[in-house]
Design a protein around this ligand. Structure first.
Ligand code: AMP
Ligand code: MG
Length: 261
């Protein structure tokens, strides 16, 4: 979405296919994008000057884990770091809310992937009534500045909201309950969050609108179709990395033409 555009989640269709018309070709198309990411990530890693931070947000069962598994299959684990943000520990709560996030930022050369993020501190805490509206507005200011700092210092921030419909969430949560292989993911709390769907969506809408900036844009990705979600997120990453244009370091002139005996 364009910076300053306003999220308008209610007007976006979670079932949109974004012009990708063929599910049959999706695996093939994804493989091409993943291979492109592999090459670009290798250059980013070799360059050792800049980093990428991918922030993944979305309600329960919106597909954050699945996106990480499927879109990042081809990248070198050595240049990539996944952080899952859970309910803050007592030690984390004893610090400011950005403390644990800043510590998890990717080092130069790396792609950092955040499964949930500091946006929990703007959305979840707000819906749970742990911060009031005035604090939230102040936090929007901190977060814009924090992400600007990251951008200024060489980290490209890309934020993705996986936009799921209420109906599709019901199906996915039900499957988690019914399928023993998936049951571990289900927590009874998820139903409480689901009951407050409208409040969460309104809080996300507000947070996304207030923090989508030129230096750290939000992308609202339709998430009802997993194959569309994967193609959109992979395309976004390829576009971002292509735009960054990481370069392999200049070879040492002494190496060119050297023969290994
Ligand atoms: P999951 O992603 O399913 O492992 O669940 C993690 C849970 O931690 C979610 O319910 C999040 O809303 C919650 N969580 C993560 N970060 C925070 C935070 N800063 N404040 C409150 N809850 C959080
Ligand atoms: Mg969960």
């Amino acid at each position: 979405m364009a910076p300053d555009g306003g999220a308008r989640l209610d007007r976006r269709d979670p079932g949109d296919t974004c012009g990708f018309d063929s599910k049959a070709r999706a695996a093939e198309d994804l493989a091409v994008l993943v291979e492109r990411m592999r090459i670009l990530q290798n250059r980013l890693w070799a360059e050792q000057r800049r980093a990428v931070l991918v922030v993944l947000q979305g309600l329960d069962a919106s597909g954050k884990d699945g996106t990480i598994r499927r879109v990042f299959t081809g990248v070198n684990p050595q240049g990539c770091e996944v952080t899952s943000f859970k309910v803050p520990t007592p030690n984390e709560l004893a610090h400011d809310y950005l403390w644990r996030c800043h510590a998890a930022c990717p080092a130069r050369g790396k792609i950092g992937i955040w499964n949930r993020s500091h946006y929990e501190d703007l959305v979840t805490t707000r819906v749970l009534g742990l911060v009031d509206d005035q604090q939230v507005r102040r936090r929007y200011r901190h977060v814009r500045a924090f992400e600007q700092l990251l951008g200024d210092e060489g980290t490209r921030v890309v934020k993705v909201f996986l936009h799921l419909s209420r109906d599709e969430q019901r199906r996915r949560l039900q499957r988690r309950i019914d399928d023993p292989e998936r049951r571990w993911k289900f927590r009874p709390d998820d139903l409480e969050t689901r009951r407050r769907w409208d409040e969460f969506l309104a809080a996300y809408d507000d947070a996304i609108s207030a923090t989508s900036t030129a230096w750290a844009p939000w992308y609202v990705v339709p998430a009802d179709h997993k194959w569309v979600r994967d193609l959109v997120v992979a395309s976004l990453l390829v576009a971002t990395l292509t735009d960054m244009d990481p370069r392999l370091p200049e070879p040492d002139p002494g190496i060119t033409g050297l023969r290994v005996e």
